[in-house]
Ligand binder design. Structure first.
Ligand code: GLA
Length: 521
């Protein structure tokens, strides 16, 4: 919730430090997936002990999060939240103290409205924003809160207003610093969220079966731009250690790691199968998740239902990258991964970090990857030469007004077979703020470029193009129909290093955008 003082140096990483104070994705356990409403003091403290005994705590998992089911309605006079003494006979402070004694951190649960998703009434923050925050963090000494929205929805509250009111109450009234705040609104709420919360759920609830894991991955394919500066899309709690197949568990862990989702174990840690335990403790996967850059990984290549994600590790445009090849189809697939697509030119080394082996030490051009049905291969790549990217997909851009809640016509991505990457950006423009932006357009030397815009429109529409914050210039773009992708090439000037390219239109709707391609003149 507050930008933490936990600096990258504390991770022992001697890399270039990000310019913000950094907190990695939350790692821990949550009671919901296995125990649902059937929680009590013994269950919670038993799991805390198991987290230490299994070595999961040593691997980095720290938070023991109590989900729905511990509370009773607020007392109208004292304004105090009730606790189910039949389940927590020593009270909630005692539980947090016991968790802390094990060197772990404690998490609690509430709702932005009055009622909880599990049916409890009058237990939520609504009307008790200050009182409940003081209770959770100062009186009870919890370190994390997940704030659900069933009650908020029942009261028809405005998400931004109510969540920011609760977080402002923490900032103004709570003595404890570094409280971790998780929003559980089951959809991307809007770009305001990264100024306020540490993480936010992007989808409905996960359940322990492949279709659920696959659906959540698909809903997160194009949200990487919104995970940044140490604030994260939360893909929901892990179902590893329950009934998924080994390949499915690898995909679950790999994609959650490369997209920098919080890692909250959801199984019973006292009886976790060895394969799952080793996967959850995989040091190299965890390092990708906890990486000091705190960023997500865009899709850099797609072959049917096989997606390749890639992101920098340790240093922006440094030598090292994480690459995950995920097969969402029901058949084994072999694809060729392009070295250029994953960000390099020349030779690279490719290390498989799930099977702990060097796959290839001097790959030039392309390399073959075979991935089982529902499986993933995860690599750390190293190469001295990074390429200057030529193509920027629209669906990987950051859209200022992007949100999945209000139903307002704001810029959004939409699957499209005709597009180069599998999706286009639609509903762009009509408002100065409703723009899309690539914030990291890299130029080796700077100078003049041709920028080819691939777009779709059935009528003449203007597009405002602005590079590095300069006054936008308006191009009038024509297209034959709403089916075909057409192109227009314009000249732009880029600075040496990173640039920002913004597309939008303040008065009328802009064309739909597929991608931009750059070539130095
Ligand atoms: C909602 C949340 C879940 C869980 C339950 C508890 O469905 O999305 O993660 O917290 O409520 O009732």
């Amino acid at each position: 919730m507050k930008k933490s003082t936990f600096l990258a140096v504390a991770l022992g990483v001697c890399a270039s430090l990000p310019s913000f104070s950094f907190r990695p994705p939350t790692m821990g356990w949550s009671s919901w997936n296995t125990f649902a409403l059937n929680i009590n003091e013994d269950v919670i403290l038993g799991q805390a002990e198991a987290m230490v005994k299994t070595g999961l705590a040593k691997a980095g998992y720290k938070y023991i999060n109590i989900d729905d089911g511990y509370f009773l309605p607020h007392d109208k006079e004292t304004k105090l939240l009730g606790v189910r003494e039949d389940r927590f006979p020593h009270g909630m402070r005692y539980v947090a103290d016991e968790i802390h004694k094990l060197g772990l951190k404690a998490g609690i649960y509430s709702d932005a409205g009055a009622n909880a998703c599990g049916g409890s009434k009058d237990i939520g923050y609504y009307g008790y924003e200050v009182e409940d925050n003081i209770l959770f963090f100062d009186t009870w000494d919890y370190d994390f809160v997940k704030v659900d929205y069933c009650g908020g929805r029942q009261l028809n509250l405005d998400e931004k207003e109510q969540y920011t009111k609760i977080i402002q109450a923490i900032r103004d009234n709570v003595k404890k610093k570094d409280v971790v705040f998780n929003i559980c609104r089951w959809a991307y709420p809007g770009t305001w969220v990264s100024d306020w919360a540490d993480s936010w759920r992007t989808t409905g609830d996960i359940y322990c079966a492949w279709p659920s894991v696959k659906a959540i991955i698909k809903e997160n394919l194009y949200l990487s731009a919104y995970t940044h500066d140490g604030h994260y899309n939360d893909m929901d709690m892990l179902e590893i250690g329950r009934t998924l197949s080994q390949d499915e568990e690898i995909t679950h862990m790999a994609v959650w790691c490369i997209l920098s989702s919080p890692l909250l174990i959801g199984c019973d840690m006292s009886q976790i199968p060895e394969f799952s335990l080793n996967l959850l403790k995989n040091k190299e996967l965890i390092a990708i998740n906890q990486d000091v850059l705190g960023i997500g990984a865009p899709v850099v290549q797609r072959n049917g239902e096989v997606y390749v994600f890639a992101k920098d590790l340790k240093k922006v445009r440094g030598k090292e990258r994480a690459v995950c090849v995920t097969n969402l189809s029901d058949e084994e697939q072999t694809i060729e991964v392009s070295v250029e697509n994953i960000g390099y030119e020349g030779n690279i080394s490719v290390r498989d970090i799930v099977n702990h082996k060097l796959v290839s030490a001097s790959v030039g051009g392309k390399f073959k990857v075979t991935v089982p049905a529902h499986g993933s291969q995860v690599f750390v790549t190293k190469g001295a030469l990074r390429c200057e990217p030529k193509k920027y997909e629209a669906e990987a851009s950051w859209m200022k007004c992007y949100q999945e809640i209000s139903g307002d016509k704001t810029a959004t991505y939409m699957p499209s077979d005709k597009s180069s990457g599998g999706a286009i950006v639609t509903n762009l423009g009509h408002n100065k703020e409703n723009y899309m932006e690539w914030k990291q357009v890299y130029s080796k030397n700077g100078g003049d470029y041709e920028m080819t815009i691939s777009y779709i429109t059935g009528e003449e529409r203007p597009l405002a193009i602005s590079v590095n914050g300069e006054t936008p210039r308006i191009e009038k773009l024509k297209g034959p129909n709403w089916e075909s992708v057409v192109t227009k090439t314009v000249r732009i000037k880029l600075n040496k290093g990173m640039n920002t390219i913004r597309l939008g239109e303040q008065d009328t709707w802009a064309p739909d955008i597929d991608c931009i391609q750059l070539s130095a003149i």
